[in-house]
Design a protein around this ligand. Sequence first.
Ligand code: NAD
Ligand code: TYD
Length: 355
Amino acid sequence: MILVTGGAGFIGANFVLDWLAACNESIVNLDKLTYAGNLENLTSLRDNARHVFVQGDIGDRALVDDLLARHRPCAVINFAAESHVDRSIHGPAEFIETNVVGTFNLLEAVRAHWSALPADEQETFRFLHVSTDEVYGSLGPTDPAFSETTAYAPNSPYSASKAASDHLVRAYHHTYGLPVLTTNCSNNYGPLQFPEKLIPLVIHNALAGKSLPIYGDGSNVRDWLYVGDHCSAIRRVLEAGRVGETYNIGGCNEKTNLDVVNTLCAILDELHSGSPVTPHARLITFVKDRPGHDQRYAIDASKIERELGWTPSETFETGIRKTVAWYLAHQDWVNHVTSGEYRSWVSRNYADTHA
Ligand code: NAD
Ligand code: TYD
């Protein structure tokens, strides 16, 4: 049995689905079901006795204590977070609450639980914290990619809150000996991603014939990793990562935002050729830049490859095509998650950029 937090969100749900398909261990899935958490991501598990879903907050100490005592997981994997940079700019408080205070609470509960385990269970227990490359800040065009020893320099309230949580995780190992692992991954894309992030937002808007908002001049660079590859990397780190270590995970796919959007438009022209708005690239609109927008992220993933033999199995070209096909085939999912709160968030905060 493992305890996963945030397993109804984008990466967490992909992880839960992949895990249950790949191995025999069961999952307790603790998720608060914020706007980003969606039980529809897990409908295929409705009758699966190996998946126990619990709606709740990682900041609820009594609940986390109870889940640990009742299920005695051999590992905790922490995906739960507020994850969107733009939201952190408009309202940072929830990011501090969940990403910093929530992770602290989870660590405290896990520490108490782990300290009371028999020695053999203590030895094999793991706390894996899922983090981001954004903690390293922004790179210039010719700077070397982020390695595990790059100094932290977070620039947004989101990345600062994730950096704080990474430091707490590190300190719990250093001070208390808690057997932790941390992964810092680049930008994910793939099925089940909420359409507030660049790739699903562009697909969603293009299908609706709406403008495709590109911040600034579109020259910002991100490294893109297919979500299934992130999940396989986490499984590998959990299985064989050295306790107390951090592992950078990336796809070796540095692209400018403009390249990403043009690629999406070209695939949509092909896979959705009956659309009245072909060529989709004519929907591209350059809008006011994000404040404090990091220019470039790039990951040096040589440590995880060298030590654990992990490499991604999708290229950007194969992964992005699969992703567009998934969104085209799952318009119901998109329609459900983009009703209600999503619409009011867009009109409240993006009135001038996301028409
Ligand atoms: P997401 O926003 O899609 O999902 C987050 C999930 O956490 C949701 O299901 C939400 O309901 C849940 N949650 C939020 N607050 C909670 C709380 N207090 N208690 C319990 N559950 C709570 O995020 P994602 O993109 O799936 O990211 C998952 C993790 O991976 C995050 O920690 C994020 O920082 C990290 N990460 C994301 C990316 C990316 O590109 N999306 C890249 C690297 C790392
Ligand atoms: P995003 O998906 O929000 O991820 P992150 O900020 O965590 O990297 O954004 C990816 C890139 O796309 C980032 O450089 C900001 C840019 N972007 C746009 O140009 N337009 C948009 O509407 C969004 C949401 C993002």
